[in-house]
Each structure stands twice: as C-alpha cells, then as structure tokens.
Design a protein around this ligand. Structure first.
Ligand SMILES: NC(=O)C1=CN([C@@H]2O[C@H](COP(=O)(O)OP(=O)(O)OC[C@H]3O[C@@H](n4cnc5c(N)ncnc54)[C@H](OP(=O)(O)O)[C@@H]3O)[C@@H](O)[C@H]2O)C=CC1
Ligand SMILES: CC(C)(CO)C(=O)C(=O)O
Length: 317
C-alpha cells in the first residue's frame, strides 16, 4: 500500500466489538465496510452509534453496510467481530471480501480460535488474532454501549510470511491501525501465549456470570466467589505453564484488582446466554482444558465449571 493511503477495512460481523472498533476506525479516516446480519436494515437506515463512557457519543452515518459479502469491495484488512461459534461459517464471506494478500484478524476471545478458519482460507491470506481488552455490549440495533477500556493486542497466527521479522511487520501494521484510531494496541510476539493470558480473565468471569447470574460487582463483593475466581485464575496460569506459556507472576492478581476497579460489567457470555445464543464454550473452556490435559495437567475447577455451563447451554437452546 502507498504511503499516506489508508487501508480499506472490512468488518465481518458488526455487533459490540465490530461496531465499537469499526466506528473508531471509520472516525479516524479509514475506509470501513460493515457486514451485518440481523441489524442490517436498522444500520443501513439509521447508522451506528457508540454510547461511550470514555469517548462520549460517537455516531457514524451513513454506514457502508452490507447484507452480503458479495457486495463488499476487496478489503486489505478483514476484522472478524462475530462470536467464535460462527467462525467456520464465515470463511466464505472472508474470502469474498478479501483483497489479494489480505490480512484477516479475529477479534475474539479463546484458544485456537483460528483453527476452524485456517484450513478454509487460501494460503495467500494472513491470519492474525486480536485480544480485545474492552467492555462493550449491544443495547439495540446499531447501538453499542462502551463502558470501559479498549486496548487490542495483536499476534500472528499463520500465512505466507517467511520469517518472524515479516510476521512482526504485519502485526505492527495491524496494531498501527488501532493506534491511528486512538486505541492502545500492543504487538504480541506469541499469539498462543497472549490467548492463554486473556483466558485468565475470561475463564472465571464469563462462566460464573452465567452460572451464578452475577455481574462483576457482586462477584467481587462476596468471599466465596472471590475465592473461586482466584482458584480458577490459578488453574488457567497452571494450564498455560503446562503448555509452555509463561504468565507473568502477579498477572492474575493484577486482573483481579483491575476488575474491582472496573464499572459493574456483564461479560459477553452472559449476554449470549440471556439471548439464548450459543456460548463460546469450545474456545474458552474445552480447548484450553484439552490442551492442558494433553500436557499432563488436570484443571478440575475449570472442568467442573465447563460441565455446568455445557448443561445450561444445551438446555437454553
Ligand atoms: N463484548 C465484549 O466486551 C468483548 C467481547 N470479546 C470477544 O469478541 C467476540 C465478539 O463478541 P461481541 O462483539 O460481544 O459479540 P456480539 O454478539 O455483540 O456480535 C457478534 C456479531 O456477529 C454477527 N454475525 C454472526 N454471524 C454472522 C454472519 N454469518 N454474518 C454476518 N454477521 C454475523 C452477529 O449478527 P446477529 O446480530 O445477526 O447475531 C453480531 O452482530 C467474541 O469472541 C467475544 O468473546 C472480547 C473482549 C470483550
Ligand atoms: C476482561 C475484559 C472485560 C477486559 O479485559 C474483556 O475484555 C472481556 O470481557 O473479554
């Protein structure tokens, strides 16, 4: 791409994450195209709005909105903002909207989420993962509430790069998109490590919000749930270590304290449960459990949490 020319970005799935980052990038001058499903008509007519506790109200109208990827122009970057449960189904849309040599960035929680998509993509496409540290949720068609945080950490998964230097150049380019939009973004040299690190938060809070019907403030106000959260965090750290990924000492404590200071928050898994949508149990629970087990490490509390959630998920749909 020529210097000074801003990348064309395709947002594949425009919910909380897609809407928030898409609006931020479009306001920074990127040419952003949004693929939508249930909210297409509302967004095509009324635009997108982010009600942000950090940035105020951000409106984008008109929106370059599409019901089908066939109508999208070829994009240099495709940011996937759908849940991990639809990754394999989204591969045709990603391919359709990709320019030659495009970079595909999965803005998703969980472990190995790229594995469902990679075999379905041409080798010429770069695949990356993005870990979003943000509190956003949909409050109505085309409207996203942003409560806190916002950073995106980016790592390379697979593609045509020949060496680590080429991979890191692409990762830097990805992080640069977000930074240009005023969003903190760090390049992650090891995507698997970064995914495990993010699980230290998601494993306890996502699942317990569903199981106990509690958001972060009540979870942090009760000695029993605090103890359980710490034990679950400890198991994620052990699982990561068994798989060869170091989590910095004190990182779990840092997340625990950060959550005490955060505004009260319902994790995205709770929103999925309350709307009777599939839960991201494979990405957040069964894959890390399987990886740890294969490395000889049992994680009994996470396993019990997963089994309870699997029961609720099946009964909910
Ligand atoms: N929300 C948050 O604060 C955070 C979320 N994450 C992670 O980010 C990812 C996205 O979560 P989130 O934004 O909350 O999820 P949402 O449910 O808000 O958004 C998902 C979007 O993808 C759309 N979608 C799904 N399938 C398709 C399809 N085939 N074609 C077009 N659009 C499609 C959905 O459309 P439809 O309306 O039709 O369902 C919806 O708009 C998850 O992995 C989550 O764990 C990570 C950090 C924080
Ligand atoms: C932990 C949090 C709220 C911010 O790190 C988040 O990113 C998530 O809900 O997945």
């Amino acid at each position: 791409m020529q210097a000074g020319v801003r990348a064309r970005i395709g947002m594949i799935g425009t919910g909380a994450i897609g809407g928030f980052y898409g609006v931020m990038l479009a306001r920074a001058g990127f040419d952003v195209h949004f693929l939508l499903r249930s909210e297409f008509a509302a967004v095509a007519e009324g635009g997108l709005r982010v009600d942000s506790a950090v940035h105020g109200t951000l409106a984008l109208s008109p929106v370059q909105a599409y019901r089908s990827a066939n109508e999208m122009p070829p994009c240099d970057w495709l940011l996937v903002g759908a849940k991990t449960t639809s990754n394999a189904d989204l591969a045709p849309a990603i391919i359709q909207a990709a320019a030659d040599g495009a970079k595909v960035l999965l803005l998703q929680n969980g472990l190995d989420v790229e594995d469902d998509v990679r075999p379905l993509l041409p080798d010429s496409l770069h695949l990356l993962g993005g870990l979003c540290l943000v509190c956003v949720h949909r409050v109505g068609p085309g409207t996203v509430a942003h409560q806190a945080l916002g950073a995106v950490n980016v790592g390379y998964h697979s593609g045509p790069c020949r060496d680590q230097a080429e991979r890191m150049a692409i990762v830097e380019e990805g992080a640069g998109l977000f930074r240009a939009a005023g969003i903190d973004s760090q390049p992650m040299p090891d995507l698997q490590q970064a995914r495990w690190q993010k699980l230290v938060w998601n494993v306890p809070y996502n699942g317990l919000s569903v199981l106990l019907g509690a958001s972060t403030t009540p979870l942090m106000a009760n000695d029993d749930s605090r103890g359980l959260i710490q034990a679950l965090m400890g198991e994620v750290v052990r699982g990561a270590q068994a798989c060869g990924h170091q989590i910095a000492p004190g990182y779990a404590d840092y997340l625990f304290t950060m959550t005490e200071k955060m505004p009260d928050y319902w994790p995205s898994m709770y929103h999925d449960y309350s709307h009777e949508r599939p839960l991201e149990l494979d990405a957040i629970y069964s894959r890390p459990l399987a990886a740890a087990k294969a490395a000889g490490c049992d994680l009994p509390k996470i396993e019990a949490l997963y089994q309870a959630l699997a029961f609720l998920d099946r009964r909910n749909r």
